[in-house]
Design a protein around this ligand. Structure first.
Ligand code: ZN
Length: 501
């Protein structure tokens, strides 16, 4: 009987973040052993559940090892990463002989002493299983692709969509390629092309939306099994940061190399157009108010836009990028401008939630909120508020799989119609559902501020009058030239004006 081994050790590491990544960060976000995933599965477990179900349908035996994920923060502590890795390797040794390995990884995990955790994990797995066993992995689109990962794995498949709405589809894809390899139907070979570019590219707007369609259309013919674009995760001081094209062919390495270069050069050529059109904080609020008043239009929404609020993405304080999610810059500006109708969330502020729980719904508080973690959080705000809602567990979703935002409280700022949500589980706001569960109707608000970079777009674009990316001061700084990189390979754009010279 064919025996499949699966595991997940994953996070996205922001090496300039003020937040540490120890054992607790994983335990609080996601940690499961022996395949004991909840039903419906967490967003982090969706691929693992798919691997298990598809394998069982083929009559395979499945051995499930550690599955853990942490909300993005700084480098994982050395002993924590080594403990996770060694647990997976020990489980694998115990399960030997295995015929197939499929992992759910991120691709941008950095630990103290390990700039490429995925490469290290895959290399160690390869040593145990030997050269013949197919090893597949699904990666997040914000991954750093390294030579070690390519060498150790048989096939890697990366999400194509940002917001990540295709996690389940890509899991099916990597499973199929690996299963076909087991059946000797295909012989995967990987081709990698370095675009020499650092950036972040939403895929539901043009020209990336068309590029994603093009990648998909190339698959399944001329021996091309899979086409991926690893966007990279800019906030990481590692050598291999940046955007790369990855092609998996059925034993056609030369053609794969050529196609990877062709697509990679295309991405480089449109690098400026595909960055989100972010504005500095105050101009972003000006634009939001203009859209709200009908003086400007957000053409990026196309026909998808609704007549609800203007959504401001607090991109500098995105928990999903390793930020504290407690900065006060935008809320402070809204109050200074006398804006009366808004919803703002979520502030990661367990202390504020505890006070709200103590006074209860309807209770009044002199609340000090946000500004706790460091300079990137700004100063705390002192507000007079009324508690309007409390929930035991706030959850949100990108369509497949749930994320927990922990316990949550909603506050109405006295004398306004501004509602603020605070939570105990640092995580970004993914959809209007986060507000709905707190009794807040986003459709009735002039402005909605979400502490998210782009994932919110899937849920908000259909209802929003406009979406504005505000580069608030914060941990996730979009001026890449300002980031204190020391290890990044050069030349690379935009650190170097012409990396191809
Ligand atoms: Zn991502």
């Amino acid at each position: 009987m064919t025996r499949l081994f699966t595991a997940m050790v994953a996070t996205e590491t922001h090496t300039f973040s003020p937040l540490p990544a120890g054992f607790k960060l994983y335990e609080e976000c996601y940690m499961v052993r022996s395949g004991k995933h909840a039903e419906p599965p967490s967003v982090f477990a969706v691929p693992l559940v798919i691997f298990r179900e598809r394998a069982k349908a083929r009559g395979w035996e499945v051995v499930e090892s550690l599955a853990c994920f942490a909300q993005p923060a700084n480098r994982t502590l050395k002993h924590v990463y080594e403990a996770f890795r060694d647990e997976v390797l020990a489980d694998l040794k115990k399960a030997m002989p295995v015929d197939v390995v499929i992992l759910n990884l991120h691709g941008a995990m950095v630990a103290e002493g390990y700039d490429d955790c995925e490469g290290d994990l895959l290399m160690n797995i390869r040593k145990i299983v030997g050269p013949k066993v197919p090893i597949g992995a699904e990666l997040d689109l914000h991954c750093h692709l390294t030579q070690e990962m390519i060498e150790a794995a048989t096939a890697l498949v990366i999400y194509k969509e940002y917001p990540h709405t295709d996690i389940a589809d890509r899991a099916e894809e990597v499973f199929k390629i690996i299963a076909d390899t087991v059946d000797s139907k295909v012989k995967p070979r990987m081709s990698l092309f370095d675009c020499r570019t650092i950036g972040l590219y939403p895929t539901t707007v043009e020209p990336m939306a068309t590029f994603v369609k093009k990648m998909t259309a190339l698959e399944g013919r001329n021996g091309v099994l899979s086409v991926s674009l690893g966007h990279g995760f800019p906030w990481a001081d590692v050598r291999e940061v940046g955007t790369k094209v990855l092609i998996v062919t059925d034993d056609r390495k030369a053609e794969g190399d050529k196609l990877a270069e062709e697509l990679g050069r295309e991405v480089y050529a449109m690098r400026k157009e595909i960055e989100p059109p972010w504005l500095d904080l105050e101009p972003a609020i000006d634009r939001s108010l203009n859209i709200s008043a009908g003086k400007e239009k957000d053409s990026s929404l196309g026909i998808a836009g609704g007549n609800g609020p203007v959504v401001i993405a607090d991109i500098g304080d995105n928990a999903g990028g390793g930020a504290p999610s407690d900065s006060t810059f935008i809320l402070r500006s809204l109050l200074r401008r006398g804006i009366k109708s808004a919803a703002v969330g979520c502030f990661w502020d367990p202390g504020a939630v505890a006070l709200a729980e103590d006074v209860g719904i309807g209770g009044k508080l002199d609340l000090r909120i946000g500004g706790k973690i460091g300079l990137v959080s700004g100063d705390p705000l002192d507000l007079k508020v009324t508690v309007t809602a409390l929930v035991e567990e706030l959850t949100d979703s990108l369509g497949t799989g749930l994320t927990s935002l922990g316990r949550a409280a909603a506050f109405r700022i006295d004398g306004t119609e501004i509602d603020v949500v605070a939570n105990t589980g640092r995580s970004q706001t993914l959809s209007p559902d986060s507000f709905r569960q707190m009794g807040i109707d986003v459709m009735a608000k002039q402005l909605v501020v979400v502490k998210s970079m782009n994932h919110f777009r899937a849920g908000f674009a259909p209802v929003a009058r406009g979406i504005v990316y505000a580069a608030s001061p914060g941990a996730v700084d979009f001026n890449y030239k300002r980031l204190p990189y020391t290890k990044v390979r050069r030349p690379i754009w935009p650190l170097d004006e012409n990396p191809w010279a």
